[in-house]
Ligand binder design. Structure first.
Ligand code: B1M
Length: 210
């Protein structure tokens, strides 16, 4: 796992698939490889960026290495979904281009039986509203990684209210700068610290709706 984390920190894109396969062969669960291996590497990259040891180019390279590793892991994260749990619309809010965490959330939601509509990154409030209406979604999941874009989540909730559909859809928010306090301040229904908790909270919200 240390080697995997190091491969992210040192942008070893040529080796990441091998290392991930080795970890799988050693019996390490795919989800642990994501959370205890690759995500740990990303945390180190983030710290190096804060200390100005790394710059934007390094963030991009680390992101590419993580995505390459995820290509190997995704099929292993996909369990056979049992039944249809509910419909989720998900996206990264306006102004924000981070999608690695969101994509992990999507993989786990799908493998738990949710029908997921991914709007991608840099999604404006109106687009979320349109997609929720179009799909009759049970849950709207918003992701933000920047302190400058997390405020956009509140605008999405306002837009849902303006469209008179706030009571028809549960809203869950996640991403590194998001806290429980922030979620309740902006009127979200739930907050998730990571992808596993995100899926758990989505299941709970569907159970409450039923
Ligand atoms: Co960016 N970046 N970045 N970056 N980047 C951070 C977020 C930063 C914390 C780095 C740092 O300074 N330490 C910092 C934000 C500071 C702040 O706002 N306080 C930052 C910055 C400043 C920037 C730029 C402004 C840099 C610049 O241009 N000068 C720029 C902004 C671009 C923009 O968005 N407009 C930028 C750009 C980028 C890249 C594009 C190069 C790249 C992203 C590539 C991509 O996503 N395709 C990138 C990366 C890779 C990072 C770091 C290093 C890693 C993010 C990541 O993928 N983590 C990041 C540092 C860090 O987070 N430590 C950083 C791994 C991932 C698995 O975790 O995304 O947190 P995470 O997702 C988790 C949970 O948060 C949660 O579950 C996920 C899985 O467990 N979760 C949800 C997320 N969404 C959820 C939704 C849910 C539930 C749970 O709903 C149900």
């Amino acid at each position: 796992m240390e080697k995997i984390s190091k491969a992210i920190v040192e942008f070893d894109i040529d080796n990441i698939k091998n290392l991930v396969n080795q970890a799988l062969e050693a019996g390490i669960p795919a989800l642990d490889i994501v959370t205890k291996g690759m995500a740990k590497g990303m945390e180190i990259v983030g710290k190096k960026y804060e200390k100005k040891e790394y710059f934007l180019a390094e963030l991009i390279m680390a992101g590419e290495v993580m995505k390459t590793g995820m290509e190997v892991l995704e099929p292993h994260l996909k369990a056979t979904p049992v039944g249809r749990k509910g419909v989720v619309v998900i996206g990264t809010v306006k102004g924000d281009l981070h999608d690695i965490g969101k994509n992990i959330v999507i993989t786990l939601l799908k493998s738990s039986g949710f029908e997921v509509h991914d709007l991608g990154v840099d999604v404006d409030a109106q687009r979320f509203v349109e997609k929720v209406k179009e799909t009759n979604a049970d849950i709207l999941a918003l992701s933000a990684l920047l302190t400058t874009t997390m405020v956009e989540m509140e605008n999405v909730i306002k837009a849902l209210k303006e469209a008179s559909i706030r009571d028809k859809v549960k809203v869950i928010v996640g991403g590194a700068p998001i806290t429980e306090e922030f979620a309740s301040k902006i009127g979200a229904d739930a907050f998730a610290v990571d992808a596993v908790q995100g899926v758990q909270k989505c299941k709970e919200m569907i159970a409450q709706k039923a």
